[in-house]
Design a protein around this ligand. Structure first.
Ligand code: URA
Length: 250
């Protein structure tokens, strides 16, 4: 289906019933490129991060580039989700984009393709992006864990903790102006808040990482919206807030 038509259908399902202007604004024009690789790829052996579910972690993640991060994850054996036959699902989209979406974890199709959000949730995410004039060339997408949890269950706290130093490094390499945690588990992993996604969504919060901090706009996970389509209205509000943040420079 034509992307503009998909976008229009999404907006109507979400309750939009009027246009706000005569002309389209390209407020999402690309920002100046920021260097990602700051030195040659690390050649020393990967030091697996120490994982303690109790909290304190010593991050041994050294990657200075996205390629090095992928290599470190490929040789990392500290997450129980990494099983023979499971594919590493790192990211999709534009590493120079101002906004980084972070979901819960790969599903079946993501595991097959090695890319995040390519299954039913991803197709809805694409329609949501199209509704505010974005596509994958204007955003960057990843997850809080990098391998598919069995049976599409939510990742455990230990699995999230094992991946957390990599997620923090990933965000620090991308240096987004805005982080969008998709769903409760991503919001919990990225924001220092015990509140659920229903309370967190719609609020402009802060992602405070060890190396990079920026505003965060938590949103409902697309999988939740597929199960609870009546909440698309709230998701539409959140998308408009996201669009406004990007227009303001986030
Ligand atoms: N759900 C997620 O949270 N991430 C994906 O990559 C796919 C579905």
């Amino acid at each position: 289906m034509d992307k503009r038509l998909e976008s229009l259908i999404w907006q109507m399902e979400a309750g939009a019933d009027d246009s706000v202007g005569e002309t389209c604004l390209n407020a999402l024009a690309p920002r100046p490129a920021k260097p990602i690789a700051v030195s040659a790829p690390v050649s020393t052996p990967t030091i697996a991060p120490t994982v303690q579910v109790s909290g304190a972690q010593i991050s041994g993640v050294q990657a200075q580039s996205l390629e090095a991060l992928r290599d470190e994850l490929e040789s990392f054996e500290g997450c129980a989700l990494k099983q023979p036959g499971r594919r590493l699902v790192l990211a999709d989209g534009n590493p120079k984009a101002p906004v980084m979406f972070i979901g819960e974890g790969p599903g079946e199709e993501e595991d097959q393709q090695g890319l995040p959000f390519v299954g039913p949730s991803g197709r809805l995410l694409d329609r949501m992006l199209a509704a505010i004039g974005l596509d994958r060339s204007g955003v960057y997408i990843s997850n809080i864990v990098f391998w598919r949890p069995p049976g599409n269950r939510a990742p455990t706290d230990a699995e999230v903790a094992a991946c957390q130093p990599f997620v923090a490094r990933h965000i620090a390499l991308i240096r987004p102006r805005l982080v969008v945690p998709l769903g409760g588990p991503a919001a919990k992993a990225l924001l220092a808040s015990g509140e659920g996604i229903t309370r967190l969504r719609g609020k402009k919060l802060v992602y405070q990482g060890p190396e990079w901090s920026c505003p965060a706009l938590p949103m409902f996970h697309p999988a939740y919206l597929l199960r609870q389509p009546m909440h698309k209205r709230l998701a539409w509000k959140d998308l408009l807030a996201l669009q406004a943040s990007l227009r303001e420079g986030a």
